[in-house]
Design a protein around this ligand. Structure first.
Ligand code: MN
Length: 229
């Protein structure tokens, strides 16, 4: 007889380029307010404050370029193309050097957002869970392993909808680059191998419709494509 009342939740695991073993996901952290041009397009003003953090559940991840179902309870689903850091070592109140060495690899992710629910949450001063943490809200590519500690990154971070470029930022625009971002995150949370960190999106976010074909990429990471169905 099983010790559990019902089946354990499945492990979400990402493909790794050049490696037959998969990357089992533990927690999915997401940074907001890490690109000045996106802060401005959302009606804010960049400042020296650290990025904000929220989480998505592992069930939010959609792997293998699979179709993404249109989520219920929204009339304004937005795309946010992001570089994702995949951690291979634990981090607790870490230095930037330790943080840089803890990154196992890079992926491309899209932080799908129910923008109407986020606007309502902002008005009411409430949490972003309903806007951000729904199932299938985080399509993600395979992971490309790194051969050396992650440093200051540059290169395109982009997103196309139906072959039209909508986001064309550069990783060099990140206000908090990966070592500093991870060191700060590890001052708030114990981080573990299997954790993912979405690093925020540049300007150009916008609405998606059923039937749209989305492609996205970030320098150093595999590209991603999916259809909204
Ligand atoms: Mn985002």
């Amino acid at each position: 007889m099983s010790a559990y009342l019902f089946a354990l939740p499945p492990v979400t695991a990402l493909a790794v380029q050049g490696e037959s073993r998969r990357f089992p996901v533990r927690r999915v952290f997401c940074a907001g307010r890490n690109y000045a041009d996106h802060i401005v397009e959302m009606g804010g003003a960049p400042d020296a404050a650290p990025p904000v953090f929220f989480e998505k559940p592992p069930s939010a991840l959609v792997c293998g370029n699979a179709d993404v179902p249109w989520p219920r309870a929204t009339a304004n689903l937005h795309h946010e193309a992001e570089l994702v850091l995949a951690l291979g070592r634990p981090l607790c109140a870490a230095s930037e050097e330790e943080a840089a060495a803890a990154v196992f690899g890079l992926a491309t992710g899209v932080d799908l957002t129910r923008r109407d629910l986020q606007a309502e949450a902002k008005r009411r001063g409430g949490p972003w869970t309903a806007a951000k943490a729904f199932d299938a809200s985080a399509p993600i590519s395979a992971i490309r392993p790194l051969q050396a500690p992650v440093q200051h990154l540059s290169g395109p971070v982009w997103l196309d909808v139906n072959d039209q470029r909508r986001q064309h930022g550069d990783l060099a625009q990140m206000l908090w680059q990966p070592p500093r971002l991870l060191a700060h995150l590890s001052s708030l949370f114990d981080l573990h191998p299997g954790d993912l960190v979405f690093t925020g999106t540049p300007a150009g976010v916008g609405p998606l419709q059923r039937g749209d074909h989305v492609a996205a990429g970030a320098a150093g990471a595999p590209a991603l494509h999916f259809r909204i169905v």
